[in-house]
Design a protein around this ligand. Structure first.
Ligand code: NAD
Length: 300
């Protein structure tokens, strides 16, 4: 779908990182932008920065893990602009809690934002696009949606987002609705993702950082700091929308990790974790650091 001046784009998680870059990319194309985010101050700042471009910009405070808030986002978009052409279900979080020993609320929070947020977004916006006769939905998954081994909670949600989006693609084709569908699967991108817990909306207190996660965290921060710029990701997303490409793969060098995993499934071989994820230390070094962290007495 050609991105036209005056088209309307909705981006969730638009106050930071990839979401902000997507919103900025659409605003630079002269599109109207609805920026949705749960972090109020950051959302106001983002709207101010986005308003420098030609199209109109509105900010809508939205927690994507709440169905009624995502529906309200769709309603206010249609009320304000009369329709919607591009929707990026992009908001996402990662928890540093221990997935097996930490509180279940960490799972509920990440699943709420990363998975339910995408489901609510598709259900709230797709009918408007179908009626409008022209649209494109981009769901943000991750390379963690193509092979497991990074973080069980996060990986689970991103695998589900890939599966949902692929099904949505088939359904939009089968029904001849003029709604394109893409899934964004980035590797490391320079964003504030590791600090997701700043927007904790789960039950109770933010869970403590798990020992294994605390060992991995410095490497993760470095990998993200050295990652792709969000603007480069946004440019690729815009190209994929215009060329009707389903897979938005920002890090082709990572793809062997996915294909090796599928080869081992085909051969019926028991799973091996990736020996080395690009940008991270070798698995053996990481495991040593994790074991040292696990052996250390808990703080306090
Ligand atoms: N940064 C990476 O390396 C990377 C890699 C693969 C996938 N991703 C995915 O990219 C997406 C964007 O993340 P990012 O890296 O730009 O991180 P980020 O933290 O910079 O941006 C995420 C945005 O989502 C918002 N958000 C969090 N919870 C929300 C909620 N409940 N409702 C609405 N908004 C909420 C945050 O306020 C923030 O503005 C996520 O889905 C993430 O999983 C990121």
């Amino acid at each position: 779908m050609k991105l036209e001046k005056g088209d309307v784009a909705v981006v969730t998680g638009a106050a930071s990182g990839i979401g902000f870059a997507l919103a900025e990319r659409f605003a630079k194309a002269g599109m109207h932008v609805v920026a949705a985010d749960v972090e109020p101050g950051a959302l106001d700042d983002a709207v101010t920065r986005l308003a420098k471009h030609d199209g109109e910009v509105i900010g809508v405070h939205t927690d994507v893990s709440k169905a009624e808030q995502v529906q309200a986002l769709a309603n206010s978009t249609v009320e304000r602009f009369g329709g919607v052409h591009v929707v990026c279900n992009n908001a996402g979080v990662v928890s540093r809690s221990d997935p097996w020993l930490g509180p279940i609320e960490a799972w509920e929070w990440v699943v709420g934002v990363n998975l339910w947020g995408v489901i609510y977004g598709v259900r709230a916006f797709m009918p408007h696009m179908a009626i409008g006769g022209r649209g494109h939905i981009v769901n943000t998954a991750s390379m963690a949606g193509l092979f497991p081994g990074l973080n069980p909670i996060y990986d689970a949600t991103k695998h589900a987002v890939v599966a949902i989006t692929e099904n949505l693609y088939h359904d939009m084709r089968a029904t001849n609705l003029n709604v394109g569908v893409s899934v964004l699967c980035p590797g490391w991108v320079r964003t504030a993702l590791v600090d997701s817990e700043r927007n904790w909306t789960g039950e109770g207190e933010v869970p403590p950082v798990g020992a294994a996660l605390s060992a991995v965290e410095p490497h993760l921060r470095r990998a993200l700091d050295e990652g792709l710029t969000p603007a480069a990701v946004a440019d690729l997303v815009a190209t994929c929308i215009e060329e009707d490409r389903f897979w938005v793969l920002t890090h082709p060098a990572w793809m062997p990790l996915a294909s090796e995993r599928w080869d081992s499934i085909t051969e019926g071989v028991n799973p091996e974790p990736p020996k080395q994820v690009p940008g991270m230390p070798p698995r053996s070094q990481l495991m040593e650091e994790v074991l040292t962290a696990l052996a250390a007495p808990p703080e306090g």
